[in-house]
Write a protein that binds this ligand. Structure first.
Ligand code: CA
Length: 447
């Protein structure tokens, strides 16, 4: 029975094949291409043979029955089924792998943990209306408080015929945060900027935001305490140790170029003198003929943005290099921070990541020229390679027992190790989101 069927089907196949002109042409190899060209030309010109072309079906000359017969043969069926199940298996494996990777991945860090932060002090950044005071159009600045100065903190205002209190410059009157209308206004200002799309605020000199009733400069003991309830001296610090720490942090951020993009002159308030854009009139900050709110530092002709952009050793260039480095080195963005050394001159810490052999040692000199001996830190290899220095140096490597730094110098030293520091020094180490590196797959995972 089956042989008869096949014969019939073969006959049918042959019959259909003979009837199908397109099939014939394909078989005729002698001048198939010229025939096709002629046909194509005639179709495009006249359109009269279009119907014949559209009638040609897929598998021309092979009826469904023949197709099914061949496709059910073991030599076609088995590979087809193998491929089918392989695709299913691969899809499931892919889904399982994706779920596993998502489950094992450490939490992504927030933008502010990964991005560089650039602080702009609007009054000193750029003056748009030539009044000598920097501004953001149609806006006012949040806080203008800087470091504490001498002289009287009270100033008489002619127009209001009243005195006002200023912890800092007389151009920087204090706001009374005990007044609910001031709180309301500040809240409005914050909402104004949030609606504009800002990502955050930096509150400067926060410990001076709320003055004690006697108007002395004491920060709150409990920062969470409702400021309106602070009314005794006992609720304020008299120990200024935190200020020392604060100053240290400022110095450190300044060294890394976070707090200011330029090393301006050591005047009263160097980081807030008007931005020195170039060596032109008013350092390119303002067109004002009547001076600027703080005098332009006299060194603007040699220290300005334009010149620093062209200088590979400038603070701007170093800031850019550090920004790129943080993006490129996992140990610096996701690794452990471990404090390893501090003395009167030097503060040193390392950055390391489990699974990654490359690690970094940072040595910052806040004091005088000195040699630091870290030979007791057994986790450090003997030789450390200079990756970056804030001052030009010729030395390419340092022995861990003799790390030379000059006053104000920052050193980023690179080394290779399989021995981690943090497992044995938990109290000196910190990481915000723990993660480990898997070199084989070049991924981070929860660990
Ligand atoms: Ca202005």
């Amino acid at each position: 029975m089956s042989s008869t069927k096949i014969t019939n089907i073969d006959a049918l196949e042959l019959q259909e094949g003979v009837q199908n002109e397109a099939f014939q042409e394909d078989d005729d190899t002698s001048d198939a291409s010229s025939t096709r060209e002629q046909q194509a030309t005639s179709v495009s010109v006249t359109g009269s043979e279009e119907n014949e072309c559209t009638q040609i079906k897929p598998y021309a000359g092979m009826p469904k029955e023949v197709l099914m017969l061949h496709s059910s043969k073991a030599c076609y069926r088995i590979p087809r089924e193998i491929i089918f199940w392989l695709i299913i298996a691969c899809t499931l494996a892919l889904i399982a792998m994706t779920v596993t990777i998502v489950a094992l991945s450490p939490r992504c860090m927030s933008w502010w943990q990964l991005s560089p932060v650039y602080q702009v002090y609007p009054r000193s950044f750029k003056d748009s209306n030539a009044d000598g005071v920097g501004d953001l159009k149609a806006s006012h600045c949040l806080l203008h408080q800087v470091s504490v100065f001498g002289n009287s903190t009270w100033e008489y205002d002619e127009m209001r015929q009243q005195c006002y209190f200023h912890q800092f410059l007389k151009e920087q009157p204090d706001l009374n945060y005990r007044n609910p209308r001031v709180i309301e206004e500040m809240t409005d200002i914050i909402h104004f900027w949030l609606k504009k799309g800002v990502d955050g605020f930096r509150m400067d000199a926060v410990k001076h935001m709320l003055e004690a009733t006697h108007l002395r400069n004491e920060p709150q003991v409990d920062p969470d305490q409702d400021p309106s309830t602070v009314d005794t001296e006992f609720e304020l610090y008299h120990d200024y140790l935190p200020n020392t720490l604060h100053a240290l942090i400022i110095d450190f951020t300044a060294l890394l170029g976070i707090d200011k993009a330029l090393e301006m002159s050591n005047s009263r308030d160097p980081q807030r003198t008007p931005m020195q854009w170039n060596d032109q009139f008013n350092a390119g900050f303002s067109d004002s003929e009547n001076g600027t709110w703080l005098d332009i530092a006299p060194d603007y002709s040699t220290v300005n943005v334009e010149l620093q952009q062209a200088d590979p050793n400038s603070t701007i260039s170093q800031y850019r290099a550090l920004t790129l480095l943080k993006g490129a080195e996992l140990a610096l963005s996701r690794g452990w921070f471990c404090f390893i050394w501090s003395d009167v001159n030097v503060f040193a810490y390392l950055r390391e990541l489990d699974g990654l052999n490359k690690a970094f040692l940072v040595v910052l000199n806040f004091g005088k020229d000195t040699t630091t001996d870290l030979s007791l830190v057994s986790e450090l290899p003997d030789t450390l390679t200079v990756h970056l220095s804030t001052l030009p140096i010729s030395q390419k490597t340092f022995s861990k027992s003799r790390i030379l730094t000059s006053q104000g110098q920052g050193l980023l030293l690179e080394y290779s190790t399989k021995q981690r520091f943090h497992p044995n020094h938990a109290s000196e180490c910190y990481v915000s989101e723990k993660a480990c590196y898997l070199p084989a797959l070049d991924i981070l995972y929860k660990c």
